[in-house]
Design a protein around this ligand. Structure first.
Ligand SMILES: C[S@@+](CC[C@H](N)C(=O)[O-])C[C@H]1O[C@@H](n2cnc3c(N)ncnc32)[C@H](O)[C@@H]1O
Length: 210
């Protein structure tokens, strides 16, 4: 299995699913397929100054994959206690293999909607972690952080649902790319990347007349 091979290379275990019990807003654990990540990062790249936040990081596949590929600081937030413990165990094993990569990996146990977005956070990844009501709160937190510290930030949606796209469209984000996963059976197996240029929208300076 391809996923197990990638997992072995990273020293992590991320295959499988985990359902929540009695939760209507929080979605189950399921990792973004590695082939999808390979496709995404063939056309989308992260720059040296960026810090990536994976909201609902699960066992950490995306977090560790990005850390190894781009050697950037990454943050993963996970609310399921057992899944979070597994992410921590993965981090310990991954760190043995990736000792040479000095950028920090921060894994936080808690709710995505309670995460205080930091000025250094510039890229936000979502693979359907929760309901659109929760997504609305998280997006409001991202945008108010950009208002406080104007900067360019990207939001990446994997398997984007119409309700999520509707939330993003409430803000002055621009769709910069749509990346389909080759050979996917389901048309929703794609990434949409949105960009918000905070300096243009929120830094309070008047725009010159055209
Ligand atoms: C579909 S998985 C995606 C995992 C990972 N981002 C990836 O793409 O491989 C969604 C994860 O979000 C977590 N989750 C759900 N609601 C959450 C919330 N409110 N805050 C943080 N994590 C949450 C779930 O427990 C699950 O592990």
């Amino acid at each position: 299995m391809v996923a197990k091979k990638y997992d072995r290379e990273l020293g992590i275990r991320t295959t499988g699913l985990r359902e929540w019990t009695n939760q209507s807003h929080y979605n189950r654990y399921e990792a973004t397929p590695y082939q999808a990540l390979e496709t995404l990062f063939q056309s989308y790249t992260l720059k040296r100054h960026q810090r990536v936040v994976d909201f609902g990081c699960g066992r950490g596949r995306v977090t560790f994959y990005i850390h190894r590929r781009f050697k950037l600081p990454v943050v993963g937030i996970e609310a399921h206690d057992k899944t979070y413990e597994e992410a921590l165990a993965n981090k310990a094993r991954y760190r043995v293999k990736a000792r040479h990569i000095t950028s920090p990996i921060v894994l936080k146990y808690g709710l995505a909607e309670d995460y205080k977005v930091k000025p250094e956070d510039t890229c936000f990844y979502f693979f359907n972690p929760f309901s659109d009501q929760v997504f609305k709160k998280v997006m409001a937190n991202i945008v108010s952080s950009v208002e406080r510290k104007p900067r360019t930030v990207d939001v990446i949606l994997y398997y984007p649902l119409p309700e999520f796209k509707k939330v993003v469209r409430k803000y002055p984000f621009r769709k910069i790319n749509k990346i389909r996963v080759p050979g996917a059976q389901d048309a929703r197996e794609k990434f949409i990347i949105y960009r918000l240029e905070g300096k243009k929208h929120f830094d309070g300076e008047e725009q010159p007349l055209q």
